[in-house]
Design a protein around this ligand. Structure first.
Ligand code: 5AD
Ligand code: SF4
Length: 474
């Protein structure tokens, strides 16, 4: 598997080709102005851009995919690794080159970089007109209007309450089959390497009824799969004051699964310390909750896990893996791993490699450690592993996972899977592309009786390290 396929943005599997995706034009009957938005990083950012599109829609804007006709250009940014920020800076320079000929165009930075760099994006880097943090999107119409005074605008206030619960996202770049639903915001975990608690603030859960309603609305519009999103979905907790009872993540999963048996439910990301038996039994109980768990390990070494402040050790993680397979034998698991974290030895690295085999991950998202200013690791630990060693270990982890993914895919040959058809194959319009419940991509020939959004029973005939190939059987 090439590195690019495995270099994952935050939280969830955003295909590389959608990174920085330019959204299709979306008509709005009363719209007089156009906005253009690019999103980088995690699924949460892509989901947030859909909230932003909704807020701008009420302010007379509609989306365009042509930057040259845009009155407002927005970039929704990621700070998780230095490389992600470098990419955005290059894009901002490009936007500014366009602005030289289109003076009225507004350039705004949204998301994690806005929150992390705050005023310095306006003052030192001078690349933007407006800086808006992840909890301040409702303020966009006011900030845009204030720009007419000639002053640059900023709102990076983090909130303890904001969940955008009442906002109905405008689906951008949609395939009409799968959609994200944001169920919570922020993170309280404080993993020592991670900038997210500082850029997205404290954890808060969204009103469960609005989540179920959003899932129902999507299903009514023909969508067949929703992915419930949060930095740490298993710690979802919402107090239903009308019943004076708490809705847990397991309860929420069941509520969404009951919208309709034909609506698949996925979720991401799980934290090993929070995913409990109640969640596992709920996944096992409902056919339409996908048998797939993304369970970042970060390292296979207990010593490094302690330095990372992950609140579990390697044995504890292994027992969680055992428990998942015990309760949901057909479940597939994937993970995130960081190589070259502060003080990582060759023995620590070997333990990460061994964890890949133990857990039997179908895929991993693998990263070399990138120190982020202001995080506990940056303040208290030394980033002492050379780039060369970090990268060599990263290639070893990638290679180990590549071999395992190939072996696991081979085992699926000769089996039948229920596949949700998501679209045409990227390589040929004579073939279709879909996913199994356990999150494997399947390619098969177009069949006259099956269309995008249908479920098909597919017999797997061959595989590569990244893909299964098969034929529809009726
Ligand atoms: N350096 C490298 N990878 C990181 N991640 C988070 N912070 C960093 C960092 N500073 C990875 C973790 C996380 C995933 C989304 O990104 O593996 O689970
Ligand atoms: Fe970052 Fe850890 Fe929270 Fe994930 S759980 S967002 S890695 S602090």
């Amino acid at each position: 598997m090439p590195t690019e396929e495995l270099q994952r943005p935050h939280i969830i599997d955003i295909p590389e080709e959608q990174q920085g995706a330019v959204y299709e034009a979306i008509g709005h009957p009363t719209a007089t102005k156009r906005f253009y938005i690019e999103s980088y990083g995690c699924a949460m950012n892509f989901s947030d851009s859909e909230i932003v599109a909704s807020i701008l829609g009420t302010d007379g804007y509609s989306a365009t995919s042509d930057i040259y006709e845009a009155d407002l250009v927005l970039v929704n940014t990621c700070s998780i690794r230095e490389k992600a920020e470098d990419t955005v800076r290059k894009r901002l320079e490009y936007f500014n080159s366009i602005k030289r000929t289109n003076k009225g165009m507004i350039v705004g930075v949204l998301g994690c970089m806005a929150e992390r760099l705050k005023k310095s994006l306006l003052e030192q880097e001078k690349l933007v007109d407006m800086v808006v943090g992840p909890d301040a999107y409702r303020d966009l119409p006011k900030l845009i209007s204030n720009l007419s005074s000639g002053d640059k605008q900023i709102n990076v206030l983090l909130s303890r309450e904001e969940t955008y619960a009442d906002i109905s996202p405008v689906r951008l770049e949609s395939n009409g089959v799968t959609a994200y639903i944001s169920i919570m915001r922020g993170c309280d975990n404080m993993c020592s390497f991670c900038v997210v608690p500082y850029t997205r603030g404290r954890e808060r859960s969204r009103d469960a009824h609005t989540i179920v309603k959003e899932a129902q609305d999507l299903f009514d519009k023909g969508y067949k799969e929703v992915t419930l999103l949060g930095q740490n979905v298993d710690s979802y907790k919402w107090l239903d004051t009308s019943k004076n009872s708490v809705v847990t993540f397991a309860n929420l999963l069941a509520m969404v699964a009951e919208v309709d048996p034909l609506l698949r439910v996925r979720f991401s990301t799980s934290h090993p310390k929070d995913i409990d038996d109640e969640v596992l039994y709920t996944i096992a109980k409902y056919h339409n909750i996908c048998k797939y768990i993304h369970l970042p390990v970060q390292s296979g070494s207990s010593r490094i896990l302690e330095l990372m402040n992950r609140s579990y050790d390697a044995d504890w993680y292994r027992s969680k893996i055992d428990r998942i397979y015990e309760i949901i034998p057909e479940c597939s698991i994937s993970c995130d791993i960081i190589t070259g974290f502060c003080s990582e030895t060759e023995e620590d690295h070997q333990e990460s490699l061994a964890m890949i085999d133990y857990a039997g991950y179908i895929l991993s998202y693998m990263f070399s450690y990138s120190e982020r200013p202001g995080t506990p690791a940056a303040r208290k630990l030394t980033d002492d592993i050379s780039l060369e060693v970090k990268n060599r270990r990263l290639s070893e982890v990638i290679e180990r996972q590549r071999i395992l993914s190939g072996q696991l895919n081979k085992k699926d040959e000769g089996k039948n899977f229920e596949v949700l058809i998501e679209g045409l194959s990227k390589k040929s319009d004579k073939q279709m592309r879909g996913k199994t419940s356990h999150n494997k991509v399947v390619i098969f020939d177009v069949h006259p009786e099956y269309k995008i959004g249908d479920y098909a029973n597919v017999y797997i005939t061959s595989s590569t390290t990244a893909t299964l190939f098969g034929t529809i059987i009726q």
